[in-house]
Design a protein around this ligand. Structure first.
Ligand code: CIR
Length: 268
């Protein structure tokens, strides 16, 4: 099977958001804006509802109070071409999240491989373009983690990109089809693009967006899910050129804990 992120049969999500998310999730900014847990749950339910319309099978993992960040499943696994690479998240408090995900993916008879210590890998640092893979070397993902990606997916060239100024590579850049990437237009985005151009085998079209979350989109079976116009000014206009059905979902309560749109699902 060769699905990649663009043609997916499955979306793995966490069934809901634990109470502990509001008080114990990891947050890089001073938490002076409290998380509204009911709103977070409504936003996540809307997200799942939209994925249900676009993807054949939704797989849910249980919501676990012991893991306040468990809604951010993207960081727990990278699934491609029948192989599931189980991550070893950079944040220790998140390491145990992978168990529930591994179990679900094993039930689907995927080939399971693991990131071994001292490697650390957050799935949010892995961008598959359809042709090659980029791995962000970040505060969460180290070189051993990126090397595990290269071993797990030997059919693709894997390039490492040092990132700064954002939690993950995917907070800076995502793909909206196999030819086109969307990147934030600040100094960190420019550095990433420069680095990619030095490493990549292909030339990608580029949509540059202002800071504020628009660079993190989901490309789901030829549909684009981007941030909400209520949170990102004029967000729709950036994607008009793509000529694809577009949808938006609210993300305010996840943004408060550095969560982007992609981080609440694993698509494969
Ligand atoms: C964390 O710091 O790990 C979570 N609060 C946010 C993770 C977001 N993950 C992602 O964008 N892939």
């Amino acid at each position: 099977m060769s699905t990649g992120p663009f043609k997916c049969k499955y979306a793995l999500v966490c069934e809901s958001v634990p109470d502990s998310y509001a008080s114990q999730s990891l947050r890089s900014r001073e938490p002076n804006d409290p998380i509204d847990i009911d709103l977070a749950r409504r936003q996540h339910a809307e997200y799942i509802k939209l994925l249900k319309d676009l993807v054949e099978n939704i797989i849910t993992i249980p919501c676990d109070e012991n893991y306040p960040d468990c809604v951010f499943v993207e960081d727990t696994a990278v699934v491609l071409d029948g192989t599931a690479l189980i991550c070893r998240p950079g944040a220790e408090s998140r390491r145990g999240e992978v168990d529930a995900v591994r179990q679900k993916l094993a039930e689907l008879k995927l080939r399971i491989v693991e990131v071994e210590a001292p490697g650390t890998l957050d799935g949010g640092d892995v961008v598959f373009t359809g042709k090659e893979i980029f791995v962000g070397i970040s505060n969460r993902t180290n070189i051993a983690g990126a090397t595990a990606v290269a071993r797990a997916f030997p059919d693709y060239q894997v390039s490492m990109i040092k990132i700064k100024g954002s939690l993950h590579l995917k907070s800076i850049l995502t793909m909206v089809d196999s030819e086109t990437l969307v990147v934030v237009g600040n100094e960190y985005g420019k550095k990433v693009i420069e680095n990619m151009q030095n490493n990549c085998n292909y030339i990608y079209q580029k949509i540059t967006v202002p800071e504020g979350g628009a660079s993190n989109c989901l490309h789901v079976n030829d549909n684009i899910i981007h941030g909400s116009p209520s949170e990102i000014e004029d967000v729709e206009k950036f994607f008009e050129i793509m000529n694809k059905p577009t949808y938006h979902v609210e993300n305010s309560e996840f943004n408060k804990a550095d969560g982007c749109l992609t981080c609440r699902s694993v698509l494969f």
